[in-house]
Design a protein around this ligand. Sequence first.
Ligand SMILES: O=c1ccn([C@@H]2O[C@H](COP(=O)(O)O)[C@@H](O)[C@H]2O)c(=O)[nH]1
Length: 279
Amino acid sequence: MTEPVPFGARLRAAMETRGPLCVGIDPHASLLRDWGLSDDVAGLERFTRTTVEALADRVAVLKPQSAFFERFGSRGLAVLEKAVAEAREAGALVLMDAKRGDIGSTMGAYAATYLDRDSPLFSDALTVSPYLGFEALRPALDAAHAGGAGLFVLALTSNEEGREVQRAVREDGSSVAATMLRHLASENAGAAPLGSFGAVVGATLGDLSDFDLDVNGPLLAPGIGAQGATPADLPAVFGDAVRNVVPSVSRGVLRHGPVTSGLRDSAARFADEVWAAVN
Ligand SMILES: O=c1ccn([C@@H]2O[C@H](COP(=O)(O)O)[C@@H](O)[C@H]2O)c(=O)[nH]1
């Protein structure tokens, strides 16, 4: 049996051909309303299909926010499942933003859900929370290795409230976030062209030169658009690590729907601004 191509290699190739932008699929009730859709499964389905059809053939990564689908129960999950398949079919990498994290034995079930290639919700990568301990993520790390998938570990999140946990200082004097970054660097050691295990690091956070962001893996940077960060902020926030940044925008693009050209033009503008900022 041939080994799957690791997520890091697939992501690097997508970043080079399509640019590094990630667009989030976040069907907020308010966006459904703004798009003239009903706040029900039919509205969810239409919103999601429109977004996937508009963007999956051009952006590197689509990031469905699972919460907005789970809110509709099993029928919402069916919409999510279809969107994942169609987005991947059209060439986008799918990053499932579900922020899973639990003790190892339960983490194994999350890994089977999102990282096993035979699962209906298999995604190219998954966001995970390491606050039950990085090592509790081991079943997901192993499953990602086996399936050629990736993980994005919450390290320095875009919201101000994250600071009290992530910047807390451990007995050895290092912060929790720095510890997570160190774990990631060790998981990615020797991987080329890019490791498969990334960190979530908000674009909203200002100067992060106190942190070693060189984890040889991707850095998902949410917070652009509705949360106030812009692509022009990226070099100051990420320094040399900017080459590994996957800038992420959800509402900033989605508010330009439901017309396909509105979504596409908005994503293209963000992509151009990212290119101008990082090159
Ligand atoms: O630190 C984090 C981690 C994840 N997110 C998620 O990204 C999107 C942001 O949406 P916008 O509309 O672009 O603000 C959303 O799904 C969050 O759950 C984040 O914002 N910050």
